[in-house]
Write a protein that binds this ligand. Structure first.
Ligand SMILES: CC(C)(COP(=O)(O)OP(=O)(O)OC[C@H]1O[C@@H](n2cnc3c(N)ncnc32)[C@H](O)[C@@H]1OP(=O)(O)O)[C@@H](O)C(=O)NCCC(=O)NCCS
Length: 145
């Protein structure tokens, strides 16, 4: 995709055994606003699979693929450790996520993201679509007010 060369010493594993602590530490470092406060293994057990990237045995990248059980898969929580960015790991994680989704029988892979990441997702092969979102916690307090 877009001529980004894969980093040769990075290893990618599809749905490997991985500790909650390692995933939480990576997300807390790479994406503090999205740090996972749920039970990670419960979240991962409900999806189509996930992809981990390792450099010298350390977890440096992650992405989760959620699924509706049919045609729709959802890319969640892509994260690359700060000191490992801009060397193609993010794009490669998404490529493997695409493979997981395709092999799992999905037809569409969805993602939503903030405007600053448009270039990244375009490089990954996503095209624009309209999407919507409700914050259920905020909506509940609004509705009960
Ligand atoms: C988004 C993220 C996963 C990208 O990982 P990465 O390994 O750095 O991405 P890549 O090296 O594969 O990037 C490929 C291309 O995407 C674009 N890109 C990547 N990160 C970008 C950024 N922050 N801003 C703008 N463009 C970006 C660039 O064009 C880049 O190519 P270049 O380095 O040759 O310019 C990483 O920045 C991250 O973990 N961010 C914090 C968590 C986050 O916001 N996740 C997304 C939630 S929707």
């Amino acid at each position: 995709v877009g001529g980004v060369p894969p980093s040769p010493q990075v290893q990618y594993k599809l749905s490997p055994r991985v500790s909650d602590t390692d995933i939480k530490a990576l997300l807390a470092e790479a994406s503090p606003a999205r740090a996972m406060d749920h039970d990670v293994s419960r979240v991962l057990s409900r999806g189509l699979g996930y992809v981990c990237a390792y450099l010298a045995g350390e977890l440096v990248g992650f992405v989760n693929v959620a699924w509706d059980g049919g045609a729709h898969a959802f890319l969640l929580d892509p994260a690359v450790r700060t000191d490992c960015r801009r060397r193609g790991i993010g794009v490669q994680l998404v490529r493997y996520a695409e493979q997981l989704a395709r092999e799992g029988g999905a037809e569409w892979l969805h993602v939503d993201f903030e405007p600053g990441l448009e270039r990244f997702y375009r490089k990954c092969g996503f095209r624009k679509s309209q999407a919507g979102l409700i914050n259920l916690k905020a909506a509940a307090s609004r509705n009960s007010g």
